[in-house]
Design a protein around this ligand. Structure first.
Ligand code: PDD
Length: 280
């Protein structure tokens, strides 16, 4: 695989960074995951706007322009022959010096890494046909979940716990309400109404979420942005989640309780179709 590191393309074996890099030592890095379908990069502007915001919130600077980011995405997709897959992008604060809690001096170059991951069944994911099962866990992450940092230890622990319980993923709960999934935004459906938590620093502002809500409104579906509980999800007509790598994914079981008849719902199925049609 050919990857990008700090201005250069190289085989992945040659891509090396410092052991003092703050992304490695402090989790001081932000990232984006963008999907590729039919060789096309989806939601590029949305991901770049969020990347810029994440960096701004952390006072991180990176000199690359949107045109340059886009050129790197295209180059990697072409060089690695990606038809369906993902582009992973990470910017860390860099650091040439020793380990130090303080940020390095202004002008210290960030570490910029991009690479592709081929995923031949991204759009035709068999899991979307049967839906996935989730467990709930307390949301023990920090309180700036709107910043897309690489501090992903708790989401990793959550996915391992879900797997150990024989399920697919975890939904996080705080103050009695669901915040989001371990790596996705979550929704329930009641009648013709789609309910999803409103944007705040409690959740990541999903790029897929933003587009999906626009498409749902265009399809005359009603949207209510508010927190909901696990009990509400268990009593809902449908549940699903969204993310750049899963698009719209039906959820058919929450904490061992089937959602409605435990089958993929009509609304989630339709929204997945609409999202994929609009993206291509
Ligand atoms: N995760 N919430 C969290 C905590 C996430 O990590 C993600 C994305 C989302 C959905 O955001 P978007 O629609 O912009 O992908 C919500 C990515 C895919 C990941 O970490 O792999």
């Amino acid at each position: 695989r050919i990857v990008y590191l700090n201005g250069e393309y190289m085989p992945e074996e040659e891509a090396k960074i410092s052991i003092f890099d703050r992304g490695f030592v402090m989790g001081d890095a932000v990232y984006e995951v963008t999907s590729v379908l039919g060789g096309k990069i989806l939601e590029f502007e949305g991901h770049m706007t969020r990347l810029e915001r994440s960096m701004r919130e952390l006072e991180m600077t990176c000199a690359l322009t949107r045109e340059e980011w886009l050129a790197i995405h295209h180059e990697l997709v072409a060089r690695n022959n990606i038809d369906e897959g993902l582009v992973y992008l990470q910017v860390s604060r860099g650091n040439a010096g020793d380990r130090d809690f303080h940020y390095p001096p202004e002008g210290t170059p960030p570490t910029v890494v991009l690479y592709t991951q081929a995923k031949p069944n991204l759009a035709n994911d068999p899991k979307a046909e049967v839906g996935i099962k989730v467990i709930s866990l307390p949301d023990l992450r920090w309180h700036r979940r709107d910043i897309k940092t690489v501090q992903l230890l708790y989401p990793s622990m959550a996915k391992m716990a879900a797997e150990a319980a024989g399920k697919n993923d975890a939904w996080f709960v705080e103050d009695g309400a669901v915040t989001e999934g371990s790596s996705n935004n979550v929704y329930i459906v009641k009648g013709n109404k789609i309910i999803t938590r409103q944007l705040s620093t409690d959740i990541l502002h999903g790029i897929t979420r933003a587009s999906l809500l626009t498409y749902a409104a265009e399809a005359q579906m009603e949207i209510e942005e508010r927190p909901f509980t696990i009990a509400e999800a268990q009593e809902a007509d449908e549940a699903f989640f969204t993310s750049a790598s899963a698009f719209v994914m039906p959820v058919v079981e929450v904490d061992g309780v089937a959602v409605a008849d435990g089958k993929v719902g009509r609304v989630a199925k339709r929204l997945r179709e609409i999202y994929l049609e609009e993206s291509l």
